[in-house]
Design a protein around this ligand. Structure first.
Ligand SMILES: Cc1ncc(C[n+]2csc(CCOP(=O)(O)OP(=O)(O)O)c2C)c(N)n1
Ligand code: SF4
Ligand SMILES: [Mg+2]
Length: 289
């Protein structure tokens, strides 16, 4: 296993010392190395935020776009070249707030990509406002009397939408997180891994210790194919379950469903562009104006 192949060398990393993002960065490199994935065959796609900086610290291909917009870019990249391993990287605000609409409809499309969300229950980059997953009562310089909205439950929403793979991990447990990431990346279709990631600077409520005290791993007897059981587990809030909640392997992917690959399996990016068709279409539209 050679995780150095993903290293950027001696670069400045703009995360606070002790941030949970460091654990996720290393664990993802290990998981991908153990799966034998090469940097040239990988694309990391992100939006904006502390978590979304992860592709800057990874020696591989990446696309860093607008806040909340990682998933449509990731879907398009995978559709243009299904041979690539495509991973979307976001924070809880980026994915469930600004990107909430894409979260829902990407699950429906089911592209063969992995959606990793660093869930620190706060807007870290912009210095500590509440995010969609902030806990009730969480006080911030904006939410001075404490958050009064029920936190968004991404696991329950993903299971309700019949996402093909739904898991939750904890950045303080590298070994288990690595195993969950490996399962997610090898799942055929959309895979969500929501990772609890302590923000040591702006979330003094949900600390490493808080996550240790408020989580437990699903038992081996948990049946990942049972959607109702998975949903019940997702609704637990006293202690938050970790592990793989739900897997559905019987879903066609976006790339399988689109007509582009029906008769021709060669990746879209390799094909010759047919400008004639486009010209005809433009001329036809001109006559309608
Ligand atoms: C459209 C838009 N709205 C707001 C912002 C400002 N902004 C940048 S990052 C961010 C929140 C990031 O929070 P999260 O996704 O949880 O990432 P974290 O920094 O916590 O890892 C916001 C609101 C922006 N860049 N673009
Ligand atoms: S602000 Fe929070 S999320 Fe951002 S680098 Fe610092 S500890 Fe990590
Ligand atoms: Mg966040």
């Amino acid at each position: 296993m050679d995780i150095k192949k993903f290293d950027m060398g001696d670069i400045d990393i703009a995360w606070c010392p002790g941030c949970g993002n460091f654990g996720i960065l290393n664990t993802l490199k290990k998981a991908l190395s153990e799966l034998g994935i090469e940097p040239t065959n990988l694309v990391l796609v992100s939006g904006i935020g502390q978590a979304a900086k992860i592709p800057h610290y990874f020696k591989t291909n990446f696309f860093n776009g607008l806040h909340g917009r990682a998933l449509p870019a990731a879907t398009a990249i995978k559709a243009a070249n299904p041979n690539l391993t495509v991973i979307s990287e976001s924070g809880d605000g980026d994915m469930y707030g600004e990107g909430g609409n894409h979260f829902i409809h990407t699950i429906r499309r089911n592209p063969n990509i992995t959606n990793i969300v660093h869930n620190n229950m706060v807007y870290g980059l912009t210095k500590g406002q509440a995010s969609p997953t902030s806990q009730l009562g969480f006080k911030t310089p904006v939410q001075v009397n404490g958050v009064f909205l029920e936190p968004f439950n991404p696991i329950a929403v993903a299971i309700a939408l019949d996402a093909g793979f739904v898991a939750r991990a904890f950045a303080g447990d590298m070994e288990k997180t690595k195993e969950i990431l490996k399962k997610a990346v090898t799942h055929k279709g959309y895979a969500l891994v929501d990772i609890f990631q302590p923000c040591v600077s702006f979330n003094k409520l949900n600390t490493f210790q808080w996550f240790k005290d408020h989580t437990y791993y699903l038992k081996d007897s948990h049946k990942v194919g049972d959607r109702n059981q998975a949903f019940k587990k997702a609704m637990e809030t006293d202690k938050l379950p970790l592990g793989v909640f739900y897997v559905n392997v019987n879903k066609a992917t976006f790339e399988e469903n689109i007509g582009t690959y029906k008769d021709d399996k060669s990746p879209l990016y390799e094909r010759e562009l047919n400008f004639e068709k486009l010209r005809d279409l433009i001329e036809k539209f001109k006559t309608l104006i």
